[in-house]
Structures are given as C-alpha cells and as structure tokens.
Design a protein around this ligand. Sequence first.
Ligand SMILES: Nc1nc2c(c(=O)[nH]1)N[C@H]1C(S)=C(S)[C@@H](COP(=O)(O)O)O[C@H]1N2
Ligand SMILES: [Mo]
Length: 555
Amino acid sequence: MTEQDPRATSRGAGRKPGVRRLLAALAGLLAAAVALGVAELVAALVGPASSPVVAVGDAAITLTPEPVKAFAIRTFGENDKIALIVGTLVVIALYALVIGLVGLRNRVLGVAGIALFGLVGVVAAVTRPAGGPLNGLPALVGAIVGAFALLALLSPLQTPAAAEDADGAERPAEGAASPGLAGRLRDALGAGDRKGAGMDRRRFFLTSGVAVGVAAVAGGGGKLLQQRFDVAGERGDLALPRPASPAPALPAGADLAPGVEGLTPLVTRNRDFYRVDTAITVPQIRPSEYQLTLTGKFDSPQTYTLQQLFDRDDIIERDITLTCVSNEVGGRLAGTARWLGVPLGAFLRENGIRDDSDQLVCTSQDGMTIGAPTRSALGVEDAMLAFGMNGEPLPVEHGFPVRMLIPGLYGYVSACKWLTRIDATTFDAFDPYWVERDWAAEAPIKVFSRVDTPAPLRAFPPGRRAIAGVAWAQTRGIARVEVKVDEGDWVEAELSPEVDADLWRQWVLPYDFATGQHTLTVRATSTDGETQTEERAAPFPNGASGWHSVRVVVR
Ligand SMILES: Nc1nc2c(c(=O)[nH]1)N[C@H]1C(S)=C(S)[C@@H](COP(=O)(O)O)O[C@H]1N2
Ligand SMILES: [Mo]
C-alpha cells in the first residue's frame, strides 16, 4: 500500500499508513472476536460440547506430541486446560492481527484467511469422537459473520485517496507531527472525521463499537445458554444406593494427619482430589440418559441404565488410592477416596465374558479409550464400576455418572471416566489412546513414597520436628517406610494403621534437627518384599521411579 501511496512523500503523511495498519490489525482482531462470539451462540443452539474453540483446543491436545503434553502437565498441573485455552486464544489473536493487515491490502485474501480459520474450526468440531456434521455449524456461521465484520471494519480504512488529498488543510501542522507509537495512537484515536488521513475514523470506531457489542453479547449469551447442558442439578438430586458390602470402618487413629502439620490426610476430599484428563469441557451426561454398552467378546452382553446399576444387590464400598502414571518422584497426582459401585469381576462374568479377551477397551462419552487387562478386571479384588465418591455421586470432573477403577493399575490403564462402553477385545487388536502415544500397554503402579513435611527449602529452627509423608503399593500394601537424613542410616518410620492394601499409608518420623542444611530421603517396601528402587525413571512410559529427597535449611 505504501509504495503506491502518493502521500508517502509528504511529511506528516508518511506515518499515516502506520496508523492505517494499526487499525487494520485491530479490525482483524475484532472480526475474530465477532466470529468466536457468534460461534458460541450457535454452539449453544446446536447442542452440548459444540464450541469450536474447545474443539480446536481438543484437536491441539490430540495432535500435541507426548513430551510437550508432559511438559504442560508438569508446568501447569491442574491448570493445564486453562493454559491450553489461553494459548489457543493467543494463537487466534495473532492470526487475526495478520488477517486484518492482509485484508487491508487485499480483501479477498482477508476473507480467505477468515474462511481458513473457520475451516479449521469446522474440521476440529466434526472430527471429534463425539462430533457430527451439525457440530461444524458454529464455526461455519461464525466465520461467515466474521468475514462480513472484517469487510465492514476495513472499508472505513480504505476511502479513496482522491478524497483525502482534496482536504489537505486538515493535515496536522508541521509542529504538531507526533512520531512514534504514542503519536500514532493519538492520531488514530483523535476525534473527527479526518479525511486527510485517507480513512473515515469515525465510521471505523462506530463499526468497531458495534463489533465489540456483537462479540460480547453473542459470546456471553452463548456461554450462558450453554449452561443449560450442565448436569450439576441432576447430579445433586441423585440418591445413591446403599452398599451390600460397606467399607470396613477405619480403626481409631487411622488418620495421622490431624497430629502432624503438613501431612496428607488419609482420605482426600473430593474438591482436593487430583484431576487428570484430556477433556477441556467436562462431559455432561444426564443420569436419565446414561447407558453402558458392552461389545466384543461377551456371550450375553446387555446394556445398562444407571438405575439398573443402582438397583443391583451386590454393590460394594471400598477405600482405594488412585494414582496417575504422570506422577513424578515426590509428586501429588494421587488421591484416596471411599468409592461405591458394582464389583467389576461379577459384572463381566454375568455378561459372559469370553476367555479369549485379554484387553477391555473402555470408551468414555468424549471418545477417550482406556485399555485394561481383562485378567485384572476379573481378578483384582475391589475392581469396580464406581458411581459414588466419598458419599456423593461422582463429581462431574471425576467421571459422572460412572467410571471404572482397578486397584493397583495407573489411571490411564484402568480408571476410565464418563464410561459408556466396554469392549472385550485383545491387546493385539487395538491400541487405546495412550498406548497409541507410546505409553506402556500394561502399567502396574510402582512402590512409591514421598516426603510431605518439612517442605523443601523452607527454613525452620533447630529442634524436634516430624518428618512425614505417604507411601503406596496398591493391592500389595506397604510394610515399611525408612528415612535417611544426610548420609546417616535408614531409620524406620511409624506407619498409620493398615486399613487395606489398596490404600496408601501415612508415615511419621520425629527427628531432632541440628542447625545446617540437611537432605531427607525416603523409601518404602511393599508387603511382598519389594523395596522401592533408587533408580530414577521419568513417568514416561510406565511410571516414575526413584527415591524422593528433600533439602531443608535449619537455622
Ligand atoms: N474419559 C477419560 N477418563 C480418564 C482419563 C481421561 O483423560 N479421559 N484420564 C485417566 C487418567 S490418566 C487418570 S490418572 C485418571 C484420573 O482420574 P481423576 O481425574 O478422577 O483423578 O483418570 C483416567 N480416566
Ligand atoms: Mo494418569
């Protein structure tokens, strides 16, 4: 644009194309906002989980290489999804700025840019496991409206050059020239219809105001309307059945946490329970519409409603510690809850599971696949189809209304949330989601122990203080936890009472700390005699190993 602009030679006008470009970039940004807002509104009308931003974020998760995902979980932890959405929006914003600049030069290219942007949204939405053709509609309509918004916003920036030059008197006087970004901004925001700038600023800002309004009303309204898909209300109204086999009562003093500051409680509250999944928006399944389908190597597979599962007379309640394979040495991706559900082995046998199946592929409502060994599903005591967690229906983020649990296996090979289908198949026949990404097909939980307190690198005064933490080896149980201070001998810690092998155990060792820096190291031994290995391994591909060490400063 600059090259053919006759005003490029005149002083003071030389900076105008800069202002124009600034506004054009803003036009791109606003057009994208309109597109996204309208898409959210249409998504609210189309049905649950139709937001194209979420679909694009989902696609990003699916396509992201494993090391990057591991980095994201390490860095952002429980906020990894927020980070992803913010990242997606930043990429969209940068793209939109470019579209605005391109559109200023060539409207057709600008519109093509928006079309491409819409196409990405359509493809992401339609190809999701739970997506259909209708799910493409929000991105499509959003892109069309966005394209019109772009044209409407660019047009005031492209008034004919002839009109400008006729009005030279309105050019700023020499002394008023205000170079630099601040000057440009002042110029851009300056009042009046300065045709001398080759653009109709008043019209641009009026159109911008309309665009901001449309984006905000459509986007905000869409988000509000989407809330009607939430199942929180129905979940709250649900009454859980009573277990035929309740969890054994905890012995007195089972939880050491009340007496030791900083120690992890024996039972994790639902709101404190770690969460790991690929769902940007949590699947919302109405209890009345829930169905569990069995396919594959079953002789007499049936389909179950939630009520049919609730009405069974063999419901069990158990305390089980769940662990994520992504948990690092010293990590906190583990939690314990009192689970309520249908015993898995009996359930599978009742449906005539055939013995030529060695893998159960569980599918969730949002299309996640999790493969568990049939042998463990049948043989591990207390494996269940869980619908209750600490006396409540499963929280929506933890798999409402039904998930699977198999003690002793990491969550990614056992604990499918929002479970809607169990396919009895073989390891040879199918690689589920994580296995396709090279995580191990079978992954028993490794013996693990962690120092909760004292916290690393926090200084405290000399004297007696508890070193404490938790240790787990689900299905086998923890027999011993030992602590080493600096290069001293291993000293056995006191353990919380053994409740169940599937439950972690707390450990405590009171210690007299002398002034200086100290390294505290912990290791656990399972009841079948395996002492936690010192050999360090990263979580990928089948779980972290190595002793947890904490450095403390006493002064
Ligand atoms: N549908 C679905 N189920 C899933 C996952 C998932 O991404 N989607 N993640 C699994 C993983 S890796 C773990 S560790 C557990 C975590 O369960 P939580 O979020 O209830 O703690 O759920 C498992 N079940
Ligand atoms: Mo996990």
